[in-house]
Design a protein around this ligand. Structure first.
Ligand code: SF4
Ligand code: SF4
Ligand code: SF4
Length: 293
């Protein structure tokens, strides 16, 4: 589940000095927090042998083994690496991807595991002008808060209605939490501007009067959390689910080519102009109201 054995971690990456002198914390990359039982056992063994017998989950779904003596770090890193676990996700590089459990969540609209693994293998650890964070959510419930990442992807499914098949049962209106569907005299009335693409109405319609019109990842660019909050701007057009890894690759290549040293993705976007960046990454798709879903 973790990183393929034989790959290398970024130089010096994943070894973080602690406040207490002489100790470091080892950040173990876990693609989307997913680990096999064997990998968890290796982390437990490393923590017992070199740390204080416990590990900590980080906000980006990595695992840190704290309280490792600095002089023991190379041996501890080697023990992890022997099991295919890499330390990293630090410094000016592509950080570990934060992803929800969308592929097995009952609300999930897409497989998040495939894009996660593709992006993890191709991008995480790649040296950059500054750090870059990626978040993926399987539906508009947005458990991973993707707008606060440099690149955020959120699964969506938009409905279309066939009035000829509709029986007027009202199940769709009852299921919609956004009041985007009302039952009128002539049947279903749809308010597209309120729809967030959660797909609930599609799931509850037994008559196939509502079907999926459009699916894909909504893309948010230039967001960040931390000291200087910035909500990512949304591209008007979602991208197909299977185009996520390619899109991310294109966005990172653009960032490497255009960002100044120390500049985050969003800072680069504002300097160059959102429209120009959007056009370069997704021709024909402009940004819509920043931060909206
Ligand atoms: S974002 Fe949606 S699919 Fe992902 S865990 Fe939350 S509810 Fe489930
Ligand atoms: S759930 Fe389907 S059949 Fe029932 S009102 Fe909605 S569209 Fe019509
Ligand atoms: S997709 Fe979700 S938000 Fe849109 S109309 Fe259906 S239930 Fe409502």
């Amino acid at each position: 589940m973790g990183i393929m054995a034989g790959e290398t971690t970024e130089p010096g990456g994943g070894v973080l000095p602690q406040k207490k002198k002489g100790y470091v914390s080892l950040r173990v990359r876990a693609a989307g927090g997913r680990m096999t039982a064997e990998e968890m056992e290796t982390i437990a063994r490393t923590a017992r042998l070199f740390g204080r017998g416990y590990a900590v989950a980080t906000t980006r779904l990595n695992v840190e083994v704290p309280w490792v003596r600095r002089e023991d770090a190379p041996a501890a890193v080697a023990m992890l690496a022997a099991a295919g676990l890499l330390t990293g996700s630090t410094g000016p590089s592509v950080r570990s991807v934060v992803v929800c459990k969308g592929d097995f969540c009952r609300h999930g609209l897409c497989d998040v595991r495939d894009p996660l693994l593709q992006i993890d293998r191709a991008q995480v650890g790649r040296p950059l002008p500054r750090k870059l964070k990626i978040g993926i959510a399987g539906c508009p419930n947005n458990c991973t808060k993707v707008q606060f990442n440099d690149i955020g992807l959120m699964g969506q499914a938009y409905p279309s209605f066939d009035p000829d098949v509709c029986t007027g049962c009202g199940a769709c209106a009852g299921a919609c939490r956004e009041e985007a569907i009302e039952m009128g005299d002539g049947g279903v009335v749809f308010f597209a501007d309120r729809c967030v693409g959660c797909g609930r109405c599609i799931a509850v319609c037994r008559e196939d009067a509502i079907v999926t019109a459009k699916t894909g990842f909504a893309v948010f660019l230039g967001g960040r959390a931390g000291r200087h909050l910035q909500i990512g701007s949304r591209l008007a057009d979602p991208i197909p689910f299977d185009a996520a890894a390619d899109f991310v690759d294109r966005a990172i290549a653009y960032y490497i080519a255009h960002a100044r040293k120390g500049e985050r993705f969003g800072e680069m976007m504002r300097r160059i102009g959102e429209e120009e960046v959007g056009e370069a990454l997704s021709p024909g798709s402009t940004f819509i109201c920043p931060g909206s879903v």
